[in-house]
Design a protein around this ligand. Structure first.
Ligand code: SOE
Length: 386
């Protein structure tokens, strides 16, 4: 049977534009789907670079104005891979035009903006998803399965870190291509919205909602030259952010992220301790899951180092033979596969915009607490109306 086309209009061709394009290009090779992804158009402002990108990734056409892309009737899905400060405007316009919307993380610059995005998406009733890709590293998905099966029992502790070291040099400018993450106007926040947002999304998925947080943030380099204006400007982002949290299930948590941990490039780790078992994961060794089960027979009890690559591990049977591991890019392919399967089965894939809003509420509370020096309540997202 001929497959139904699913025509993608991608906005933005940076690092994430490449990660998404690779996922769109791969998904039909590895997942049995009723839809065929069609790379219909890519949109950005720089026409010369855009043409080069479109050629490399085989997009059929280009647009230099995202409004024109959204107005096209040969596009089914708008994929937003632009800097954070444009997510809301594009997503709301795309929803109004009846398009399905995929949005890079974090969903909005803050919870207030994300609420408007959720309202627009739900009013239009269009499929939607946020690119929190780490949920779909097979080892992380396996962690979710083990928790859902109740293997850990009551959860006591959740511990997450996301460490990088790429902004230590004070001569690194802020703003513009590649460096907009350092410009608060474009990014909204620093590591809280960029890195901790990943840790929070995974944590909410694995361990449920967070009730209260107390946080501290620091900006180590106070002024940087702005790449676009050439002027020395105050740095408005948080370079490091750490917080304590209490989950609704009674467990206690610590979260930390920084771009000043010399030697660490993208060290995302989490560990969960339950009454029966513990789980630990490390992005630098992303195809492994560490599992300790206290119910094992005493003399062989110990941390098991699971190589998550076997046919009965999540997503793995769609790829190679057991033992051959998967990497970062596969998490994006899995996310597209799940999104499309959601369209086909009527059971939408998560995280959707409501989940993205839940993460934005936590990052809002973290940034607020860093200012007030008090424990702050986290707003909870109400369940969607059926
Ligand atoms: C920042 O360096 C960054 O690229 C984030 O923006 C991504 O979301 C994260 O996955 C890797 O690090």
């Amino acid at each position: 049977m001929a497959k139904k086309p699913l025509r993608i209009g991608l906005i933005g061709y940076g690092f994430m534009g490449r990660a998404h394009s690779n996922a769109f290009a791969q998904v039909n090779h590895f997942f049995p789907l009723e839809h065929q992804v069609v790379l219909k158009a890519v949109c950005a402002r720089d026409e010369a670079k855009l043409k080069e990108f479109a050629g490399k990734w085989n997009y059929e056409s280009i647009e230099t104005d995202w409004r024109k892309l959204i107005a096209r009737d040969d596009i089914d899905v708008i994929d937003i891979a632009t800097p954070n400060n444009s997510h809301a405007e594009i997503a709301i316009a795309a929803a109004k035009a009846g398009k399905a919307v995929l949005c890079e993380k974090p969903l909005g610059l803050n919870g207030r903006q994300a609420e408007k995005m959720v309202a627009a998406i739900e009013k239009a009733g269009v499929p939607n998803m946020v690119w929190y890709n780490y949920r779909r590293c097979p080892a992380v998905t396996l962690a979710h399965q083990l928790i859902q099966e109740g293997r850990l029992g009551r959860i006591f502790h959740y511990r997450a870190k996301f460490l990088q070291d790429w902004t230590i040099n004070p001569d690194l400018p802020q703003g513009g291509a590649g460096l907009w993450r350092l410009d608060v106007k474009t990014a909204g926040s620093g590591v809280t919205g960029d890195l901790l947002a990943h840790c929070i999304d995974t944590a909410l998925w694995l361990n449920g909602s967070i009730d209260t947080v107390t946080a501290m943030t620091e900006t180590f380099v106070k002024e940087r030259k702005h790449q676009e204006t050439g002027k020395i400007q105050k740095v408005g982002i948080d370079d490091a952010s750490a917080f304590l949290a209490r989950f609704s299930n009674g467990s206690l948590a610590t979260f930390e992220s920084t771009r000043y941990a010399r030697g660490h490039k993208a060290l995302y780790t989490f560990e969960i301790n339950g009454e029966n078992a513990s789980i630990a994961w490390d992005l630098h060794d992303l195809h492994r899951l560490q599992y300790f089960d206290h119910r094992d027979q005493g003399k062989v009890r110990g941390w098991r180092n699971l190589h998550v690559s076997d046919n009965d591990h999540p997503y793995c049977s769609n790829w190679w033979v057991p033992g051959l591991q998967l990497g970062y890019e596969h998490s994006f392919v899995h996310q597209v596969a799940d999104f499309i399967q959601g369209l086909e089965t009527g059971k939408p894939a998560l995280p959707n915009f409501r989940d993205g809003l839940a993460t934005d509420y936590v990052t809002d509370a973290v940034l607020k607490s860093a200012k007030t020096h008090k424990w702050e309540k986290v707003k909870h997202v109400k369940a969607a109306r059926a």
